[in-house]
Design a protein around this ligand. Sequence first.
Ligand code: ZN
Length: 301
Amino acid sequence: MRYLLFVILFLPFAGLAQRQVAITMDDAPVMALPEYYTAGQRKAVSEKLLQQINALRTPVSVFIVGDNCIAPDNQLLLKKWVDNPLITLGSHTLHHPNCADLSIDSFKMEVMINDYIIRAVAKDKPVPYFRFPYNAMGKDSMAQAERTGYLKEKGYTAVPFTIESNDYLFERYYQDALRAKDNRKAKAIGEAYIRYTLFSFDYFEKLAREIFGRDIPQVYLCHVNQLNADHYTALVKALQQRGYRCVSLQQAMQDNVYNTPLYDHSPYGFSWLFRWIPDAAIRKTHLRNSPESDKELAAFK
Ligand SMILES: [Zn+2]
């Protein structure tokens, strides 16, 4: 009887305990929107995030934009990320352009100069990853192969993501509410962000099961910004409640699904789960029905 009770109580969670997520943050050391952030705010955002990453002991991969590092204060911020053993480094180009619009030579320049800036601070710490801004890898399969081939030569792995939740859109509304000193609204936006993130996880978990017949280690894409600095702990706790363990990007990408060929080479920023669907008609249907944050955000206009 006691055994039966154990099975009834814990079996539904047995599968969930295996879930893995790698958290990845773009636009490090901090999103440099001058209209939103003073130097003091950039420092505060960066430190607040690192404190929580340390307290929760969650590995995070960050993708660095050289342009965000050039001011002396920002180099110090980057150093804080570099020195943290929980942080893995990645490049995210010098100016954050849409690489599908760049010639191959301009693209190489974006990578090379960014490499120089990051390594000036990172010294011996490896920089194994690269993420394309807007996840636009090139205008077609040939351009994409040329760019990823060049990255490989330079020692970078171009990385995918499977889940995102438009945190940069929530961030804009959040910043406006903070600047208007409307704390109630800011709190509601933060809650909506977590709610929509969980909704997105639910959608992409189902999609992964449909494509691969099982749960996969997910790669969550968000940004180094005020919204995540203020909600990182809530986000991680909510994911842990869903049965997730935070793992490094390297560990997540050891799963064989990350060797799946891409069947879609359009230059748009959607999840790799869509790109891994072989049938174009099925892929289109899924894309049409994918989560939209408009409804959540409409309340805050
Ligand atoms: Zn970015």
